[in-house]
Design a protein around this ligand. Structure first.
Ligand code: DHB
Length: 304
């Protein structure tokens, strides 16, 4: 019998546990359709805010050993422009999770209300961008500030709310606890980690912004540790994210406690085929081990 791969994330039904991570394919509804055809269980859009932003000057991205460093500067067309695209993206027939950011709790609330109205199936709060001042990590590193954002958004919308955390904190369990207490429906762990790289010929940092976010295989063991610690602390579902490139990586996150996983940087290495490859690999693993459902392995490393 084929094992059951269905995942229920705060009432969001996914055909399998693989999700396109935020930031990779931007805003075009047509790319989400391709991600669906490639086999993903859901998609997350690149973060959208109330006002359009140009983003940082180039270079905004550089490939390094074991990963990718980027500081895009949250370039986006603004939520009003994006609303039309969400409506088209819904044709993808898999859940569309819309990532939002804000400079204040009120901006998060306004963006959440607008994307809910446009039909977002869930909202992911980007409380963890590593290098844009006053948004992102500056919110996600302070449990009181994060709690205010989550509480206000939760009381404004009915759509499920996922909170994406930064790994750049001393104790991620305190942040996860604050998000859960404030009503988050799930936790995405983790966003990129603050990092930099310097060109030894010129002596200058390579990214125009100097500091950026590290993703890809180098981030994976940090992210697995975060998921493991969060699983021991909260009851809401955890969505694992950080360097997942193979089915083994995906299974590792699930054993640590992730109910679903997001794939981002691996698309650069493997293309959209990575969704099918990871899903098929998870299915074979469950069959080989005699599990009937993917749910059975979530958090198993804690009981062994
Ligand atoms: C950007 C935002 C993020 O949340 C992240 O992890 C990396 C980069 C950005 O737009 O610069």
């Amino acid at each position: 019998m084929r094992p059951n791969l269905l995942v229920n994330l705060a009432n969001l039904k996914l055909r399998n546990p693989t999700i396109l991570a935020s930031g990779l394919l931007g805003y075009a509804a047509s790319s989400f359709e391709k991600v669906m055809e490639a086999g993903a269980g859901a998609v997350v859009t690149k973060s959208i805010g109330m006002k359009p932003r140009e983003g940082f000057p180039n270079p905004t991205m550089v490939e390094i050993e074991c990963g990718l460093l980027n500081a895009m500067g949250l370039p986006n067309p603004g939520v009003n422009e994006f609303v039309r695209e969400i409506k088209i993206a819904k044709r993808a027939r898999i859940p569309v999770i819309v990532s939002i950011y804000g400079f204040t709790a009120e901006e998060f609330v306004k963006a959440a209300e607008l994307v809910e109205k446009a039909g977002a199936d869930a909202i992911e709060l980007n409380a963890s961008c590593p290098h844009v001042k006053e948004v992102g990590a500056q919110i996600g590193q302070n449990p009181h500030v994060l709690a205010e954002v989550v509480k206000k958004v939760k009381s404004a919308v009915k759509t499920p709310v996922f909170t994406k955390l930064t790994p750049d904190v001393t104790d991620i369990t305190a942040i996860a606890r604050a998000a859960e207490k404030s009503g988050t429906d799930a936790i995405t762990a983790v966003n990129t980690a603050r990092a930099m790289t310097i060109d030894v010929e010129t002596g200058n940092p390579i990214l125009a912004n100097k500091i950026g976010g590290l993703s890809g295989p180098a981030l994976k063991p940090v992210a697995v540790r975060c998921v493991y610690e969060i699983y021991e602390t909260v009851k809401v579902p955890i969505i694992g994210c950080g360097g997942i490139t193979t089915w083994r990586d995906a299974v590792e996150f699930m054993l640590a406690g992730a109910a679903a996983i997001q794939i981002g940087t691996a698309i650069m290495y493997k293309g959209l085929e990575v969704f099918k490859e990871v899903t098929d690999g998870i299915r074979s693993y469950l069959t080989k081990k005699g599990y009937r459902s993917v749910k059975e392995i979530v958090g198993l490393s804690h009981t062994n």
